[in-house]
Design a protein around this ligand. Structure first.
Ligand code: UT7
Length: 331
């Protein structure tokens, strides 16, 4: 049965902090090399939020751009869903901070945490509110201060992550564009391979970290790598099947930007050329849930997307979680 409404992206925005952390700067912080980082990850530099700046500020920058891009005012926004695994506060939520700072007085607001998959989860949640007729305009903002949950004495993780924010406006559309299909999933039984403790940490998690560093990322990189390489291809194939669309019909895939080798593995498994896979991780590092909306905004600003183009977004992350969505571009 045809749904009465569809949910489409009608505005995008992003913001990266000015301060850069290059591979050569990291060489003076931990025992690593530009050569190792580029070869194993594809990352050259990442952006870092200044100590005095709240994450909410960059979330607001990205949100205001997305709202303007959609031709709306903050008062038109009826719901704000923020995704983050590195918020300023547990309460108020990041979404409420964005609501207050943008003056989106008519919006309800809450946060979603699905780690790096957060944007895909938030998009699928927002889609429900549009398709069932509850709301017409929803702001989805993904913002991360990964540098604040990184142990800069752990070379296995500190070279990977960066900070940034990306946002989209998801609106009711009636021109056949919008979200065609989406898949969400989790593998909680393997959650201990990537953790960021907060108010409690298991003995194993305490042992895995340098002394006194509780609220930082620890990751079994190769386990996550194996999961990511498999699930990125699988989730892409499944969402294509669900939508009844062939890979030839897809203009771009926007994957979570974690490691160039993961993207190359996914391309190989999908038997597609890397030209179809959008990537900016060379200059951003892994900005967790913000990575996909930042890419969407970049691609949109570069004029790479036009109305009617079919794209896939696909992510994996802590939890473990994964998700994908197939969209017909609405802008
Ligand atoms: O958003 C989701 C988050 N996570 C990910 O996407 C991460 C997925 N995993 C990965 O991207 C990769 O596993 C890493 C980039 C983290 C690591 O690459 P790898 O090729 O799996 O390296 P490895 O962990 O097997 O380590 C190989 C060697 C080790 O040395 P030994 O034991 O062979 O002597 C490491 O100690 O490389 C060493 N190493 C480093 N050397 C220089 C690990 N980190 C570094 C470093 N610089 N930064």
């Amino acid at each position: 049965m045809m749904k009465p409404y569809r949910a489409g992206i009608t505005g995008t925005g992003s913001f990266l902090p000015e301060k850069k952390l290059t591979n050569s700067q990291l060489e003076s912080i931990v025992e690593t090399s530009d050569e190792w980082i580029v070869k194993r990850t594809g990352i050259r530099e990442r952006r870092i939020l200044e100590d005095f700046a709240p994450l909410a500020d960059i979330a607001v920058e990205a949100s205001v751009k997305a709202i303007n891009d959609a031709g709306l005012s903050p008062l038109d926004i009826e719901l704000i869903i923020a995704s983050t695994c590195s918020p300023d506060y547990l309460s108020p939520s990041l979404a409420c901070m964005v609501q207050g700072k943008t003056g989106a007085k008519n919006a309800a607001a809450f946060d979603v945490n699905a780690a790096c998959t957060g944007f895909v989860y938030a998009l699928q949640i927002g889609r429900q509110f549009i398709e069932n007729g509850t709301y017409k305009n929803i702001l989805i903002v993904s913002a991360e201060a990964m540098s604040r949950v990184t142990d800069f004495t752990d070379r296995k993780t500190c070279v990977l992550f960066g900070d940034g924010a990306g946002a989209v406006v998801l609106s009711r559309v009636d021109d056949g564009t919008g979200i065609d299909a989406a898949i969400l999933g989790a593998a909680g039984e393997n959650g201990d391979v990537l953790t960021i403790p907060l108010l409690y940490a298991s003995d194993t998690d305490i042992q895995n970290r340098n002394e006194g560093k509780k609220q930082v990322i620890w990751m079994d990189g190769s386990e996550v790598f194996t999961f990511a390489s498999r699930i990125m291809a699988e989730a892409t194939k499944n969402v294509l099947n669900n939508a009844g669309v062939e890979m030839e019909g897809i203009k771009y895939i926007f994957p979570h930007q974690a490691n160039m080798r993961i993207l190359q593995n996914a391309a190989k498994r999908l038997d597609i050329s890397m030209d179809k896979i959008y990537s900016n991780l060379e200059y951003t590092g892994n900005i967790s849930s913000a990575s996909i909306p930042v890419c969407l905004d970049e691609a949109s600003n570069k004029g790479l997307l036009k109305k009617g183009d079919k794209i896939i977004i696909v992510a994996f992350g802590g939890g473990l979680t994964y998700g994908s969505a197939l969209l017909t571009w609405s802008m």
